[in-house]
Design a protein around this ligand. Structure first.
Ligand SMILES: C[S@@+](CC[C@H](N)C(=O)[O-])C[C@H]1O[C@@H](n2cnc3c(N)ncnc32)[C@H](O)[C@@H]1O
Length: 483
């Protein structure tokens, strides 16, 4: 087990089948290539998962809690956790409702000294459960389970101030001792809770204002792509187009589908269908497209709205990072597009290898890349000061959302060595001279940074559009290389 692996911890009593549902829907930001670990003498908690119900290749740790709690289990778990850097603790219900197992499980993980991300059903689900007297099979109004993070402040409040009167005496005593321990550990442990669920998996804003904003953004992005295609929208008819990292909706690429392209998307954290957001969003987008291009074929959007999902005739969607995109056949895509995605790639060699593999010789790429430190856009180069070790931890814990800090020149070289010709890099955001001067002073002192001696001219551009073409093969005899 490598130190970069994640673990999902399932508290006892977690309903059978729910974990598969959560994993299948990709609500949880955890890898699915997990291993099954069950505590000795505790093969499966009542109502919980049993090993045979866990799909092959899935990995779950079932933690002992409540009445299972013992120093033997604690030792066992601590040993198992040692090689892992990060722990996801899924509390299937509010600590109000099953305090004994959730709290004891939490205590165990706090004691393991790991960074912990705590997830639990969102408030709507928790309330529904409370009303239904802990009916495990309850779903939220949309029939889906959701998880949100348990905010550190809320957790401390719940644990410290809740009156546990409904519990029998032995459990109350156990909880009291856990509360005492928690008071201590919460103060000293690295309890990482805020901002760790990837953006795409956080609840969507379905307010009219947000929908208008998102539709405008999707349309604007699609227009930029179309404007950069040879022949504009006519280029798209019958072409296969892949968007990498579409974000919370597929509005931009579906606009290209309405112009006659066959479209696919792939995202490391593919946003699941949200019945509150997506039908309204696509309906609004449809209106906007009809206004902009009268007579456009709106059927790709209409099918989606009618079925309440993404039918394959409209779009093919993969939950997969570009780094692992083996499901798309070689040399099958005419155009690959991305907007604010390449700065989040975590393994650029593999990602560019797949990009080159799937693109047809002569195929095009339009990639808008934001090279700023996403932790604070007003200090766009500050992450270059970190040592590689510090940055690797930061990048991993933020699911790459801070940006991978590759510079435009480095990305240019990656395109070229993967077999693309960079026709143009069109920068559109520049750092201010004031910030650059102040930053350079700090950079030259940052001896552990790989950018310590970096050429100042190469630091000025912090966003831009790459227009690339996949080179034809060397052999001029091959049919696709003949003019
Ligand atoms: C900043 S968002 C941009 C979303 C959208 N393109 C836009 O313009 O709003 C980055 C997107 O890339 C996705 N992403 C990040 N790393 C990725 C990877 N390695 N492979 C594929 N998608 C990735 C994220 O999940 C997210 O949807």
């Amino acid at each position: 087990m490598g130190s970069s692996r994640s673990i999902m911890v399932v508290a006892p009593g977690f309903p059978a089948g729910l974990i598969q549902e959560l994993l299948a829907d990709r609500y949880l930001p955890v890898p699915t290539n997990l291993e099954v670990l069950l505590p000795p003498g505790n093969s499966a908690p009542r109502n919980g998962l049993s090993a045979k119900e866990i799909p092959e290749g899935t990995l779950v740790v079932s933690a002992p809690g409540g009445s299972f709690f013992s120093s033997r289990h604690l030792q066992w778990l601590r040993g198992k956790l040692r090689p892992f850097k990060k722990v996801f603790l899924l509390i299937p219900q509010s600590p109000y409702q099953d305090a004994s197992s959730a709290l004891v499980t939490l205590l165990i993980f706090l004691m393991s000294g790991k960074a912990i991300t705590i997830l639990r059903p969102n408030d709507a689900v928790a309330d529904a459960q409370a009303k239904a007297a802990i009916n495990w099979q309850r779903r939220d109004a949309a029939g889906k389970w959701r998880v949100t993070e348990l905010n550190r402040a809320v957790l401390i409040k719940e644990v410290r101030h809740f009156v546990w009167s409904k519990y029998p005496e032995p459990i109350k005593n156990l909880i009291k001792s856990v509360q005492l321990e928690l008071g201590y550990y919460l103060g000293s442990c690295n309890l990482e809770t805020d901002g760790t669920v990837p953006f795409n998996l956080q609840p969507l804003d379905a307010s009219q204002e947000a929908l208008e904003r998102d539709a405008k953004y999707a349309l604007g992005t699609a227009i930029t792509w179309i404007d950069n295609l040879p022949g504009g929208e006519k280029f798209l008819r019958g072409k296969k187009v892949l968007e990498i990292g579409p974000g919370i909706n597929f509005g931009s690429i579906l606009t290209l589908a309405c112009h006659g392209a066959e479209v696919l998307v792939t995202d490391r954290f593919l946003t699941p269908w949200d019945p509150e957001y997506h039908p309204k969003f696509y309906t609004l987008l449809k209106e906007r497209l009809a206004g902009r291009w009268p007579g456009i074929d709106l059927s790709p959007l209409e099918r989606i709205i009618a079925t309440g999902q993404y039918p394959r005739e409209s779009i093919c969607a993969y939950t997969c990072s570009l780094e692992k995109l083996s499901g798309v056949p070689a040399e099958s895509v005419d155009l690959v597009i991305s907007n604010a995605v390449f700065e989040h790639l975590y393994d650029l060699q593999s990602a560019f290898a797949h990009l080159a593999r799937i693109t047809k010789p002569g195929g095009l790429g339009l990639h808008q890349v934001d090279f700023r430190d996403h932790r604070d856009y007003s200090r766009p180069l500050d992450y270059l000061l970190l040592s590689q070790k510090e940055f690797t931890i930061e990048f991993r814990e933020r699911h790459g959302e801070c940006g991978n800090r590759f510079r435009p020149r480095e990305m240019w070289q990656l395109f070229e060595s993967a077999g693309f010709e960079v026709k143009e890099f069109r920068p559109d955001i520049f750092v201010t001279e004031k910030y650059l001067t102040e930053f350079l002073e700090r950079l030259r002192q940052a001896k552990k940074s790989r950018y310590v001696d970096y050429n100042v001219e190469d630091l000025r551009h912090v966003s831009g559009l790459f227009l690339v073409v996949k080179k034809l093969r060397e052999n001029p005899e091959l049919p696709e290389n003949r003019l």
